[in-house]
Design a protein around this ligand. Sequence first.
Ligand SMILES: *Cc1c(COP(=O)(O)O)cnc(C)c1O
Length: 389
Amino acid sequence: MRKVYLDHSATTPVHPEVLEAMLPYYKEKFGNPSSIHEYGKVAKVALEEAREKVAKLFNCSPYEIYFTSGGTESDNLAIKGVAFANKKKGKHIIISSVEHHAVLESCKFLKKEGYEITYLPVDQYGFVDPFDLKKNIKDDTILVSIMHVNNETGTIQPIEELVRIAKEKGVYFHTDAVQSAGKIPIDVGKLPVDLASISAHKIYGPKGVGAIYIRKGTRIIPLSHGGHHERSRRAGTENIPGIVGLGEAVEMVLKDMDKHNKHLKNLTETFFKKLKETVKDIQLNGHPEKRIPSTLNISFKGVEGESIILSLDMKGVAVASGSACTSGSLEPSHVLSAMRIEPAVAQSSIRFSFGRENVIDDVDYTLSVLPEIIERLRSMSPIYAQSKK
Ligand SMILES: *Cc1c(COP(=O)(O)O)cnc(C)c1O
């Protein structure tokens, strides 16, 4: 049976070249970068070379890049680190209602610690209205955190305007750029955010490593204490093989971004066009154009997303419903709910996220099994039958 992986928003396979670059740092180049002997120096050089590569992604100074254990830690550090460091100025934080759980839960924690959190609503496409942001900034607002690209829908938030408003009021701006990294440019000269999170395993790097961009001069305190690693902002011996992998992955995705975006666009457009011809009562969630080329979030009215996932899995096709973190629960996704998509329609949604190694045969194979699955599930669905009366 053919196997088709269409869940790249959850994680991506490590690219062979990335793995190749990492291996020596598990073997002969195993040194600790804090050591002053030859082994240490070799590791230290690799660490700083990776930092320079990641800095190119943001077009920033390497001194503004800090390595972490992934997107979740970067988001935690951005939110809690800024909140704790600036509590004398204020305790008000503004986020959008479609953020990743790493941001949502960090804020939930801060709320218990006496911070005030404002959740900005979104429209049917998942966009935050800049006017809403402007209206909600107060004297004690210290941070705004709004993601660049949504992980469930692939919608690109028009954050330029939002960043401008926050900066005008002197409020720090963090963006979760985990899903935009390597797909759209994040030049911090043109998009002057103060903090941005990325993760290696979403861009063909290894799991358990990420980075955060922190603009020079930003007031932030570390969450982990210990040695003076990462210029005292993140204690702990650096994950050198992982960091080398992240550097390599960033370099790779930057090098052929346009080529791969075209490839992904071709795959998703062909898939959606043909799907519309063969399956009725479907709906694309998120913005039809302002989206990254790899991700499609589609509702199949009248069927449970979970049932579609399991049926496709039996045919060798891996997809997701909403985010990986919310699957397993029957709650409709908070992202689709915030976009005011009816619960039943939200629960019928599937996220197809394509990657660089997918080919047009993957599209054809998926389309050869999906329509039958939907038809079978709909024939058993009382909700769908009722809607057709
Ligand atoms: C995957 C993801 C994260 C978490 O990154 P990890 O490296 O898995 O911790 C955070 N934000 C978004 C938008 C993501 O897609």
